[in-house]
Write a protein that binds this ligand. Structure first.
Ligand code: FE2
Length: 522
């Protein structure tokens, strides 16, 4: 696609997302609207995508049966921004029209803000008022920042555990939460169900809305959104397990599957503090990949590993989806891509620009899954899990060889998806000591989704010396402290996410020192 067309599309998306924003109310003007029987702000508030001068503020009106009469009409929501926690210093207001076509969701792009500071916000609609959220802008582009503190998280199957991780994240001082996918799960496993999903497997927009709303019914998750801005990408379960581009795990007719994907993307947009929604001209497309900076300290890319990828190599012809393959020649096809050619080129150009402009800066490459290899030697050859980067080895080699060629220092890949904490070294040729370590990897365990068994993980570790730490037995999140001299990853975990009052502890701590690729135990 031509850049010109990309720009036009981006503009169309942006306008579609913000078309409802009206001029602000004058100060002191009363907010007209319904008298609510139940709280329409039960899903809470959220903020995200912080820039030096802006941040996205989000809520969605949820209407109970008692308020069903309001469902059909457009609603006006007032968004108020304050400079202080006590809400004594109002800064700006926005009046936003929303309606059933966007699930009564509200996205406000709060602009004209100052860099590197906190703001507080809330929403008002008729008789109802939301809780107060706190957010934060990123530092000015030229700011010398001593510390960036991120909570990295992924994979929060509602049925499989309580959100103890979110409770702790909500209470911490963080710059932002980095959520790397599997925010909702479409599927169920009756063996591990401490609190059931409502409804069956979602396929329609209304069903995806209900699933998202159930997840945001969790008080710890709401608290974590209200406490910090979130920076997000998605993985497969926001739509369906193991999907790849236009193919689902049952080889459904791609045209039908793309309709389902459009419903899932629309519901995702309606529930998340993200700038851009589905493309109105092609609603099965939604741009989620993005780039941001944290002053002079770090550049961060958030990648989309699902929408544009090639189908998994050598799938089971009957079952579809991901599997472990041996002797799969298709893996060596250099045309296959995890990111799609446009996103891949965009990332490489961004890395080149970043290295040229600020050689000492951290390059944080956040994506949904695991980049280091987890293959196992078998009598028939090395086994490969075809859904993670192992299933796209030539694309991985291109990326890591590109990083090596441009002598990019300080590249740290951040991942999720695999329900285990991993600290690993990344080489152009995995596990080959002749191939230098060119980047480092930190994968966070799941918030609540169950991990693989210890025996399999032990075999993976034995077969992959680049993996310096791997534990799949505990749930939690990862605290990343990014400083000019190094990045420290602290794995915060609990073995008991099924107990709502369990507490988190430190499982292990790894660090990457500036100018030295590779992880080491801190
Ligand atoms: Fe997951």
């Amino acid at each position: 696609m031509l850049r010109r067309d990309m720009n036009r599309l981006a503009l169309a998306w942006a306008l579609s997302a913000w078309a409802g924003v009206q001029p602000a109310l004058a100060a002191g003007q009363r907010q007209a609207g319904p008298t609510w029987q139940t709280d329409p702000f039960a899903l809470g508030v959220a903020s995200g995508q912080p820039h030096p001068d802006s941040v996205v503020l989000w809520t969605r009106l949820l209407m109970s049966d008692a308020d069903a009469a309001q469902q059909a009409s457009a609603q006006t929501v007032l968004c108020e921004l304050f400079a202080d926690e006590a809400l004594r210093q109002p800064l700006r207001q926005w009046r936003v029209e929303t309606d059933a076509r966007r699930g009564h969701s509200v996205h406000v792009l709060a602009t004209g803000l100052q860099p590197g500071r906190h703001y507080w916000y809330r929403f008002v609609c008729g008789s109802a008022q939301s809780v107060v959220g706190r957010t934060r802008t990123s530092p000015a582009p030229d700011a010398r920042v001593p510390l960036l503190r991120i909570a990295q998280a992924s994979c929060q199957h509602f049925e499989q555990g309580h959100y103890v991780a979110h409770r702790e994240m909500a209470q911490r001082e963080l710059d932002f939460v980095l959520f790397l996918g599997d925010y909702i799960y479409e599927s169920s496993n009756p063996k591990y169900r401490i609190r059931p999903h409502r409804g069956g497997v979602p396929k329609t927009l209304e069903e995806y809305r209900q699933r998202h709303a159930q997840y945001k019914g969790d008080a710890d998750l709401r608290a974590c959104h209200a406490a910090h801005p979130w920076v997000m990408t998605w993985d497969d379960h926001e739509v369906v397990n193991d999907y790849a581009n236009d193919q689902d795990n049952r080889f459904s007719d791609p045209a039908l599957f793309l309709q389902r994907r459009a419903a899932a993307y629309q519901a995702y947009f309606e529930h998340m503090p993200v700038r851009i929604g589905p493309d109105p001209l092609a609603p099965h497309q939604m741009r989620i990949h993005d780039r941001m900076a944290w002053g002079q300290l770090a550049d961060l890319w958030t990648l989309d590993c699902r929408q544009y990828r090639d189908h998994q190599a050598c799938p089971d012809p009957n079952r579809g989806g991901a599997r472990v393959v041996v002797g799969c020649d298709a893996l060596q096809d250099v045309r296959r891509s995890m990111l799609g050619s446009a996103q891949e080129a965009w990332l490489m150009q961004g890395l080149v620009d970043s290295q040229r402009d600020s050689p000492g800066r951290w390059r944080l490459i956040a994506q949904a899954t695991q980049m280091s290899s987890t293959g196992i030697a078998t009598p028939l050859g090395r086994s490969t899990f075809n859904d993670a980067w192992d299933g796209y080895p030539m694309a991985r080699e291109r990326l890591l060889a590109g990083i090596a060629e441009m002598r990019l220092s300080n590249a740290v890949v951040l991942g999720g998806d695999v329900h285990m904490n991993v600290a690993a070294n990344l080489r152009v040729r995995p596990n080959d000591e002749q191939s230098p370590v060119v980047a480092s990897e930190i994968v966070t365990t799941s918030v609540s989704s169950r991990g693989m068994g210890d025996a399999l993980l032990a075999t993976i570790r034995e077969n992959n010396p680049d993996i310096r730490h791997a534990r799949s037995d505990e749930r939690g999140y990862t605290l990343l402290d990014v400083r000019p001299q190094g990045v420290t990853a602290t794995f915060r975990t609990t073995a008991f996410p099924v107990q709502p009052d369990s507490v988190m502890r430190e499982q292990a701590r790894y660090e990457v020192l500036t100018g030295q690729s590779g992880v080491q135990r801190a």
